[in-house]
Design a binder for this molecule. Sequence first.
Ligand code: ARG
Length: 444
Amino acid sequence: MREINASIPFDKRLWKQDIAGSKAHVTMLAIQGIVSGEDAQAITEGLSRIAAEYERDGVPVNMDLEDIHMVTESRLAELIGPAAGRLHTARSRNDQVATDFRLWVRDAIDEVDAGLKALQQALIARASEHVDAVMPGFTHLQSAQPVTLGHHLMAYVEMLKRDRSRFADARARMNRNPLGSAALAGTGFPIDRHHTAQALGFDGPTDNSLDSVSDRDFALDYLMAATQCSLHLSRLAEEFVIWASQPFGFVKLPDAYSTGSSIMPQKRNPDAAELVRGHAGRIMGCMTALCVTMKGLPLAYSKDMQDDKPPVFEAHDLLGLSIAAMTGMVETVTFRTDRMRALAESGYATATDLADWLVREGDIPFRDAHHITGRAVKLAEERGVPLSDLPLTDLQAIDARITNGVYAVLTVDASVASRRSHGGTAPDQVRARIAQAQAELEAE
Ligand code: ARG
């Protein structure tokens, strides 16, 4: 029982929030005349001493005392005597833990947000170096149309922007104070929940005591935002893994984020990227774990809910590592833009430009233009040359409406420069988006 019951091995991570919550609670109790000013002061000073002890020596893992709330209260009794027993007036561990955990998740969100902002900044910095660097853009992992590396990197800045906004939404939604809901029904003591809410930086108290002690939406909101964020990091990681492979050769990953092989001396394995990809699976697992824990619980608190913390802590640690590793990789990776350009030029990636030219200059319906272009690509393939190397006479044999002007759109540079629609890959568009994204981050 002792082992299955205790949460102290993991909920000791809540100690700062637990002490902050207790201080706010006892201050309010004194203001409301529920405990004496003298007792409240002794309790507050005792809590400060305990905080200093925890800071210095860590939280003692006493399995008999079950959780961080009991460990702290029992230490308080050792330090200040019987007055310690007044702290838990008009409070239950049910609203206490709900409060502590919300405060913890709120801090976790602030940490993640700072990390994601740094990753956005790293991506923007690398994107600005490579606004004009042409690379193959892919669909189905087949060369599709040329894009620029700057545009490709900026795609991730957009994803991270949405991730940050999801975390911000979650933070705004969770920022209500459950303290004072007591065990489940509220309390008969004349407490002031607005006071503790303000002291703890909440926007106000929660409005239903049963909901307050049963609700773990804030933890799920965090895990869902973390999951979606980890999916984005994993896709970037996957691209690094592919790009670092010899057949692609688009990047040289920094030594600091790669490892060698114990048997193959030539190897440089993209371990950090692979682990970011792997961690996404575990983070999603944490989210699933808590969803399944919560789905069958009747109101109000059930002990199953103690199992809410390990998945959130685990996901947070994995996400923090993933963001840090990805930021380091983005900052230090070497992009082999010559190789990217060579592959962009060899994959008939400007076929759409030829078709578009036929539509524009020859007034040919797009479907016919598509067909004509298909024949040109087939001929170029047979000869083993890029489209731009087909002589005009051969192109005119396919369709007499083709003129010399077509060669201007068959280079990859002309192709990317032409894609000036809002959000397109044209370097001037990408430059504008980079400037805007930088301004957005600076304005925060
Ligand atoms: N250790 C518990 C948890 O983490 C604290 C709340 C316990 N409440 C109770 N009634 N047993 O959920």
